[in-house]
Design a protein around this ligand. Structure first.
Ligand code: DHB
Ligand code: FE
Length: 284
């Protein structure tokens, strides 16, 4: 059976993509952020995942406000990026894993999740920037060492799925992965957050206390954030801070057993965002 080797959760700010394109990793503004990644690169070199199942939110590249699925699973052989207007160079395409995608779709629908299945799907900065952070250089060469299954969760247009529902989705995805009759080593990614608000009177809002408590909860009390409604999460973390539900889904995929925190980093600000990163692996 396929095995989940760990979860990596990270922020996905477009400016990070620009910094990568301009080689600014050692620049004083960027260094404290990029310094969070070498331990993760070393872990990945050991863990050698074959597939990444990626929870992320599309920001208008593939889904626009006219058609906005709550949950969408990619089932394509290839996923391309395209210009979103952030000034990031387009990244090399990603290979899909359609058989695993369809297995997840079947298992999730059987468990009453109403999904949109995408046999064609553009992937935006929320997927590409974390991939470029985890496998530096592949954004240019296209030599990504693994295939991907993207899972988009709507955090852009209300009504949004609750944190509790995103936990349940992640949990079901984890069980579906573990029931996949293959020998794949699967990495679960969750991208978004942490606290940030890009618009309105509170633009620039960041809540460090909440972010740190949330990161801690993923280790010791992982359902903690599911007590909050989406509106409470917006209040606590900002309108775009609700992207942290991706972290919950990724954590839920690891299951209820104990987890080991391999590495984490937290740095304020990157652009308008409190940038967090966390690497967990199942303890057993
Ligand atoms: C920023 C953060 C995001 O999550 C995003 O999708 C776009 C921009 C920012 O902080 O600039
Ligand atoms: Fe975002």
């Amino acid at each position: 059976m396929a095995r989940i080797v760990g979860s990596i959760t990270t922020s996905h700010v477009p400016a990070i993509g620009r910094a990568i394109a301009r080689n600014l990793q050692s620049d004083p503004y960027w260094k404290p952020f990029f310094d969070g990644f070498p331990p993760v690169h070393r872990w990945l070199a050991e863990a050698r995942p074959d597939v990444a199942v990626v929870f992320y939110n599309d920001h208008g590249l593939n889904f626009f406000l006219d058609k906005m699925p709550t949950f969408a699973v990619g089932a394509a052989a290839e996923y391309r990026n395209a210009d979103e207007g952030w000034g990031i160079p387009e990244m090399a395409p990603f290979r899909g894993e359609p058989k695993l995608s369809w297995h997840l779709v079947e298992q999730l629908v059987a468990r009453d999740f109403d999904l949109t299945t995408c046999q064609e799907m553009l992937v935006d900065h929320a997927l590409t920037v974390p991939m470029a952070l985890l496998w530096p250089g592949c954004e240019r060469t296209g030599a990504w060492p693994l295939r991907i299954v993207p899972i988009a969760i709507n955090t852009v247009q209300f009504p949004l799925p609750s944190a509790k529902r995103c936990w349940a989705l992640g949990e079901a995805v984890g069980e579906a992965i573990r029931s996949w009759p293959g020998s794949e080593r699967v990495l679960v990614l969750g991208t978004g957050g942490l606290s940030h608000q890009l618009d309105g009177e509170r633009a620039g809002f960041i809540n460090k206390d909440f972010d740190l408590q949330f990161m801690e909860s993923l280790v010791h009390d992982p359902r903690w954030a599911t007590q909050f409604s989406i509106h409470e999460l917006v209040e606590k973390t900002g309108t775009q801070g609700v992207e942290l539900v991706m972290w919950l889904a990724a954590r839920a995929a690891l299951g209820e057993g104990p987890v080991k925190r391999v590495h984490q980093n937290y740095h304020i600000p990157i652009s308008n965002t409190a940038a967090g990163m966390m690497l967990l692996e199942p303890a057993a």
